[in-house]
Write a protein that binds this ligand. Structure first.
Ligand SMILES: O=C(O)c1cc(=O)[nH]c(=O)n1[C@@H]1O[C@H](COP(=O)(O)O)[C@@H](O)[C@H]1O
Length: 278
């Protein structure tokens, strides 16, 4: 079984370093001329998958926008995951799960067990019940070639108060998360399967990402105000591992498929110009 890190490394080499999020906001549905209901959701996601599934390395459905329609929304999420896999992109499900270990086991089964209807290549996870509480996700991911992206330094302004608080040994909370994920990736080549989420909006925070050994998902680009040039400031010498992530910036170009593809190509070119200079 190939590891997620190996699969991601290959996908990025073939398709370029880009993750596009599927975030069907009510405002985007309206802008696309769609109704704010399951039919609109279905049409929106099918359009994104048809336009981008065969060319973007990673697609990141945001679970919240499917869950808000209940079981019928989740059914659309399940079929979106299948369609993306058929189209050849890796699926990173943005669920930001975190809980005590015994419950995390159930989340791991939901997303990282190949027999689950919501089985994906990777998920986002929250470490604020302790990185160790996420161990069942790490274990199942390792067993089945999956990945986990753990929040470290999020793109929203509220995150800093928690993430940059100092622990008893003087490190920030974020640095302890970074260090624990780095340990999990030790020895993995060409890329570890355990990633971190580091927002492109946060500026130079002085955190040491050099030893992570896994992918660094960078949301906050486009709609939240960061641009590709900010990646250099935030990631410095760790640019090689960065996976830039855009949702609204690309999605707002729809519903025309050619316009969606052009938007994805444009942001990829922007990011490449920064990442190539690493
Ligand atoms: O885990 C994430 O993807 C994430 C982490 C973070 O720090 N900030 C952040 O914006 N995100 C997600 O990335 C997406 C950003 O969407 P846009 O601002 O439209 O590009 C949303 O689905 C957020 O939930």
């Amino acid at each position: 079984m190939e590891s997620f890190g190996t699969r991601l490394h290959r996908a990025v080499s073939e398709r370029g370093p880009l993750c596009v999020g599927i975030d069907p906001h009510p405002g985007l549905l309206a802008r696309w001329g769609l109704t704010d209901d399951v039919q609109g959701l279905d049409r929106f996601t099918r359009t994104v998958v048809d336009a981008l599934g065969d060319r973007v390395a990673v697609v990141k459905p945001q679970s919240a926008f499917f869950e808000r329609f209940g079981s019928r929304g989740v059914a659309i999420l399940e079929s979106t995951i299948r369609q993306l896999r058929d189209a050849g992109s890796l699926v990173l499900l943005d669920v930001k799960r975190g809980d005590i270990g015994s419950t995390v086991s159930a989340y791991a089964s939901a997303y990282l067990d190949p027999s689950s209807p919501l089985y994906v290549d990777a998920v986002t996870a929250s470490p604020y019940l302790g990185v160790g509480s996420l161990a069942p996700m790490f274990e199942l991911a390792a067993e089945h070639g999956g990945g986990v992206f753990v929040l470290a330094l999020t793109s929203n302004p509220e995150g800093a108060a928690v993430q940059r608080a100092r622990t008893a040994d003087g490190r920030t909370v974020a640095q302890t998360v970074i260090d624990e994920i780095s340990q999990l990736n030790r020895g993995a080549t060409p890329l570890g399967s355990f990633g971190l989420v580091v927002g492109a909006t946060i500026g130079d925070t002085g955190h040491d990402l050099s030893g992570v050994g896994g992918p660094l998902l960078a949301p906050g680009l486009g709609a939240q105000g960061a641009g590709a040039a900010d990646l250099r400031t935030v990631f410095g010498s760790s640019l090689a591992a960065v996976l830039p992530s855009y949702s609204r910036e690309v999605l707002s170009a729809g519903p025309d498929a050619a316009a969606l593809r052009a938007a994805a190509d444009r942001v990829l070119a922007d990011c490449r110009s920064v990442l190539a200079a690493r």
